[in-house]
Structures are given as structure tokens and as C-alpha cells.
Ligand binder design. Structure first.
Ligand code: NAD
Ligand code: DAU
Length: 339
């Protein structure tokens, strides 16, 4: 099988490239990535050593480039990870989120129609369901929960999901969608909660917790997400949405305290800062459908996954220190300078 992985130089896409090369050595993987601030060829360093791997630098919203690639490669499967993925950036500048997440998705699906594929898989997010109240632990997102977005990021992802389902119904495009909860693990860009706290704690810098730190996220080790997507592209039913999450809800403040403990840093580094606008309170996935239909279950427990992740950041300092020493400093100053 020949698989185009868009956004494969990012966090989850990069992990997915390695998952596929390891678990399906017979498959060819073509990573198609624009290399935005979040894309990093260092992440793919080991993939480049594999003859089954190829990299193409381009924008998924660039119709000419996308059609050229599809015409030359005739892929069997497309897995679309490419996106602007950070909620805080979407609050500052929504436009690129619509451009990449909605229009880029449309261009990819047009190419799939024109050149024919066996499967188009859209990597979506639990954020399309909006949030759940903190005082109703009995409530979870199912695939039937209405879409109810909060941020420009989640609205753009929901827009893309609707477009994907419309291309299935209208044109018969063989699509699937996964909606996953918060991932963590190696190659996570340092703007996101867990790697940001690790990097700051190691530098004895303040740990900026939004609001009271009581917001809840449902954390999943990235490899478990990759496995879910792999199962869906091979055995998932066309036209279906699958929620992916491991029943691992944690309040932000507890994550930050855990990171302090693991790194032997004082909790006095924790600094409460102005809350995110429109901040979603709680995400919690009900993964019954993917479990029943595809036998998927998360394999990495949070207590093991967070230790592995922290060790990875300690062992791979060059990877993230290079990122945070560049343009990221301006971003950090803008977002956190006088927060
Ligand atoms: P990321 O920001 O780490 O990586 C995004 C990648 O997409 C980068 O390599 C970037 O260069 C590339 N990209 C961006 N715009 C592009 C464009 N126009 N054309 C081609 N490539 C482009 O993101 P991530 O956290 O790895 O998320 C990947 C996908 O998974 C996204 O679609 C996101 O919505 C979804 N998702 C993420 C999480 C999470 O916890 N990180 C959870 C659920 C779903
Ligand atoms: O749920 C899936 C989503 O998870 C994905 O669709 C997104 O692409 C991904 O970025 C992630 O979104 P979140 O907004 O949940 O992730 P983030 O790491 O930005 O924030 C996690 C929580 O931590 C959130 O409640 C905000 C809070 N936070 C975040 C940062 C960066 C802080 O308190 N301080 C911070 O500095």
C-alpha cells in the first residue's frame, strides 16, 4: 500500500510515520508537509534512513502541488494530519486555520476524487464537540454528541469534518474520521501544555497555568492514537466517525504538579495567569465504538506514558532547545509576556 501522510513532520503525524514504517514495513509512506513553524525535519531524521519513506514539502491548500503529487504517486490511502493545531494561536489569528484546516482538506479530497483512492482518513479532534461541565463526571462525548465548537481552531476542524462527510454522501468518497482527545509523547511541540511545562521547569522558569488550572483534559499516549488510526484505515467502516480516548481525565494543575514532582522542581514555580478566552472546561471521550468494532484499547497507562515522555525530553534536549531558542521566543513573549 502507498500512504500519503500529510502533516507528518508534526507531532502526531511524525509518530504515525514511525508507527507505519515499523508495523507495515511493506507499505510506502510519503510525507507531505508545508513545514510551518510546527513542522520539523529533525523529527523525521530516522525515517529518512528507510527506503520506503519519501518527503515532499508543500502546502495541502496548494491545488497544483497536491494534484502533481497524486498524479505522480497514485496513493492508495491518504491520512490527513496537516493542520494548524494550537488553540491559542487560533484565538490570535483565525484566518490560517480556515485556510489550512478547511480549504486544505477540501483540496486533498478533490485530489482523492480526481485520482481515486481506497481511503481518505481525516484526523480530527474531540474539540469539535465543545466542552462538558466539570460537575457532571457521568457525561462523555460519543460520536452522536452534537458539534458545538468554542475556538476558531475547533470550528475549523468541525467545518472540515462536515466537509469530509459531505464528500462521502455527495460523491461517494471512501472516508473515515477519528476524533481523538489530547495526545502526549515524543516530538510534541513546546507550545503545548506538557512539553511547555517540562521545558520551563527544567529552566526554573514560571509555569503558566491558565485560570485556576481546574480544566480537565483526557490524555492519551500518542502511540495509542497512531494504533487507532491504523486500525481505522485498515478495518474501519467507510463513512464512519470513531472517537479515540483512554478514559484518562486529569485537571491541568495536577499534570503540572506531577511534572514538578518527576523533575524534582518546586511547585512554587507554578504561576496562575489570565485564562484562555472561551476556555473549554472538560473533554472526556467515550471510546466504546472503536473498542467494540475494532478491538482498540489504549496500551500505555498515564503514569508510564508521562515518565517515558519526560525521559524523552531529557534525552532529546537538542530537538526542543533548538525550537525554543528561535522564533518561538517572540511567540512566548507575545503570549505570556504580560499575561
Ligand atoms: P502539529 O501542529 O504538531 O503538526 C502539524 C503539522 O502539519 C506540521 O508538521 C505542519 O508543518 C503541518 N502543516 C500545517 N499546515 C500545513 C499545510 N497547509 N500543508 C501541509 N502541511 C501543513 O499538530 P499535531 O498536534 O501533530 O496534530 C495533528 C493533527 O491531529 C491535527 O489535525 C490536529 O487537529 C489533530 N489532533 C491533535 C491532537 C493533539 O493532542 N495534538 C488531538 C486530536 C487531534
Ligand atoms: O483535545 C484535543 C486537542 O488537544 C487538539 O485538537 C489540539 O490540537 C491540541 O493542541 C490540544 O488542545 P488543548 O487546547 O487542550 O491543548 P493545550 O496543550 O494547548 O492545553 C491543554 C490545557 O492546558 C488547556 O486547558 C489549556 C491549558 N494550558 C495550556 C498552555 C499552553 C495552560 O494552563 N497553560 C499553558 O501554557
Amino acid at each position: 500500500m502507498k500512504i500519503i501522510v500529510t502533516g507528518g513532520a508534526g507531532f502526531i503525524g511524525g509518530n504515525f510515520v514511525y508507527y507505519e514504517l515499523k508495523n507495515h514495513p511493506e507499505d510506502e509512506i510519503i510525507c507531505f508537509d508545508k513545514l510551518t513553524y510546527a513542522g520539523n525535519l529533525e523529527t523525521l531524521e530516522d525515517a529518512f534512513k528507510n527506503k520506503k519513506f519519501k518527503f515532499v514539502k508543500a502546502d495541502i491548500a496548494d491545488r497544483k502541488a497536491v494534484y502533481k503529487l497524486f498524479g505522480e504517486e497514485k496513493p492508495d490511502v491518504v491520512v490527513n494530519f496537516a493542520a494548524e493545531s494550537h488553540v491559542d494561536r487560533s484565538i490570535e489569528n483565525p484566518e490560517i486555520f480556515l485556510q489550512t484546516n478547511v480549504l486544505g482538506t477540501q483540496v486533498l479530497m478533490d485530489a482523492c476524487r480526481k485520482y481515486g483512492i481506497k481511503r481518505y482518513h481525516q484526523v480530527s479532534t474531540d474539540e469539535v464537540y465543545g466542552d462538558l461541565p466539570l460537575d457532571r463526571p457521568d457525561l462523555f462525548f460519543t460520536e452522536n454528541t452534537p458539534l458545538h465548537t468554542s475556538s476558531p481552531y475547533s470550528a475549523s476542524k468541525a467545518g472540515a469534518d462536515l466537509l469530509v462527510l459531505a464528500y462521502h454522501r455527495t460523491y461517494g468518497l471512501p472516508v473515515t474520521i477519528s476524533r481523538c482527545s489530547n495526545n502526549y509523547g515524543p516530538y510534541h511541540f513546546p507550545e503545548k501544555l506538557i512539553p511547555l511545562m517540562i521545558a520551563n521547569a527544567l529552566a526554573d522558569k514560571p509555569l503558566p497555568v491558565y485560570g485556576k488550572g481546574e480544566n480537565v483534559r483526557d490524555w492519551l499516549y500518542v502511540e495509542d492514537h497512531c494504533k487507532a488510526i491504523d486500525l481505522i484505515i485498515h478495518n474501519g467502516r467507510v463513512g464512519e466517525v470513531y472517537n479515540v480516548g483512554g478514559h484518562n481525565e486529569m485537571a491541568n494543575i495536577d499534570i503540572v504538579k506531577l511534572i514538578c514532582k518527576e523533575l524534582g522542581k518546586p511547585e512554587s514555580l507554578i504561576t496562575y495567569v489570565t485564562d484562555r478566552k472561551g476556555h473549554d472546561l472538560r473533554y472526556a471521550i467515550d471510546p466504546t465504538k472503536i473498542h467494540n468494532e475494532l478491538g482498540w484499547l489504549p496500551e500505555t497507562k498515564f503514569e508510564d506514558g508521562i515518565k517515558k515522555t519526560i525521559k524523552w525530553y531529557l534525552d532529546n534536549k537538542e530537538w526542543w532547545q533548538e525550537i525554543i531558542s528561535g522564533e518561538y521566543q517572540n511567540y512566548y513573549e507575545k503570549m505570556y509576556g504580560d499575561r
